[in-house]
Write a protein that binds this ligand. Structure first.
Ligand SMILES: [Zn+2]
Ligand SMILES: [Zn+2]
Length: 364
């Protein structure tokens, strides 16, 4: 990479200039210099090696906002990442330069009650990569708190390390819903998050998993990745009663936990109706903010509804699942790109198009 930008006084002779993918406006991503903050005593400076594109990144690129998170100023994008430690602060004991690490994007304040309870994902002061106004990690290098940089075992790749972020969503959902051995699980939606939720449920011991989608290709991928049964559905609300019967038949037993990884009125209605009495529905996907749902019929059957926000304390377990081979995320990585202006644009278009793309990954 050329040095460029000599006007940046912090670039010393012989040092490369740090570059990052900046979100400047709708459909406007540019690779530009990114000045790193000073390295604090508890920080690490990390050279990024693998960064995945998430639906949320694409959403920011197309709309400059997700719900109440609005991009008001140029922001570095990207949050699913792994890299190699370049430098650590004076107080960092568990990492040394050269260590390969998977990086958890977010940090709570660690002072509020939620943080103290361990539910730091709900901290009102939460700072997370590429949630405005916090910069993301699609950059040559970043500075990040070292306690959320997790060393990868030799046999877990940097790309797999980056996959710990989406996988964490599945792991956290399984914890919230209490998936255990012998749990029968229904997954609504076979997109990236549906797939990682399915893989997590299996790793938590689920004995039977049925996955539902509108798309044949996605369902065939889910089948290859280990779904016991797949059910193709329509987008019409009128079909819910027949589809619920099909789903129940496919499960062939009680549906104890359903994950809605789409979050549309239709998928949530289907999950509420299909879940057995005393079961649980976990809302993972956030397609619709407001929905009209058959909630009373579910309530009188004591079907619990739980939500999730991101994840907490999931990286060590994700890394262990990858190391032990209990979860293989490699088949989810369908496209790879380098870190040039042209490739960054192509990669985001590939991810936005969907189609056969599951996870689009940058190799830096
Ligand atoms: Zn993500
Ligand atoms: Zn807090």
């Amino acid at each position: 990479m050329g040095k460029g930008g000599m006007s940046h006084g912090d670039v010393k002779d012989g040092e490369e200039e740090n570059m990052a993918a900046w979100l400047l406006g709708v459909n406007n991503l540019k690779i530009q210099p990114f000045k790193l903050p000073p390295l604090g005593p508890h920080d690490a400076r990390i050279r990024m090696k693998a960064v995945g594109i998430c639906r949320s990144d694409v959403h920011y690129l197309k709309e400059m906002r997700i719900a109440d998170f609005v991009v008001k100023e140029p922001m570095v994008i990207g949050h699913e990442c792994a890299g190699i430690i370049e430098e650590v602060g004076s107080e960092v004991k568990h990492l040394v330069p050269g260590d390969r690490v998977a990086i958890e994007p977010g940090i709570g304040c660690m002072r509020c009650d939620l943080c103290k309870e361990g539910r730091y994902n709900l901290c009102p002061e939460m700072k997370s990569f590429a949630s405005p106004p916090v910069h993301g990690s699609l950059a040559n290098q970043i500075v990040h708190p070292a306690d959320v940089c997790f060393k990868l075992p030799d046999d877990v790749s940097l790309e797999e390390g980056a996959m710990c972020e989406p996988l964490s969503v599945g792991v956290h959902a399984c914890r919230r819903a209490n998936v255990g051995p012998e749990t029968n699980v229904l997954v609504m939606g076979a997109g990236p998050i549906g797939l990682v939720t399915m893989l997590s449920a299996r790793a938590f011991g689920s004995s039977r998993i049925v996955i539902v989608d509108v798309d044949d290709h996605r369902l065939s991928v889910a089948k290859q990745l280990g779904a016991d049964k797949t059910v193709k559905v329509s987008t019409s609300l009128n079909d819910i009663p027949t589809e619920v019967e099909q789903i129940k038949k496919a499960m062939g037993g009680a549906i104890e936990i359903s994950f809605d990884c789409v979050g549309f009125t239709k998928t949530m209605s289907t999950a509420l109706s299909a879940t057995s009495s005393g079961g649980k529905v976990c809302l993972v996907g956030l397609g619709h903010t407001e929905m009209t749902l058959p909630i009373a019929p579910a309530a009188i059957r004591e079907v619990d509804v739980v939500g999730i926000f991101r994840y907490k304390n999931t990286w060590p377990l994700c890394i262990e699942f990858l190391r032990s081979g209990k979860i293989d995320v490699k088949p989810l990585i369908t496209h790879r790109f380098g870190f040039s202006q042209k490739e960054v644009e192509e990669a985001f278009e590939t991810s936005a198009r969907g189609g056969t793309a599951i996870k689009v990954m940058f190799n830096l």
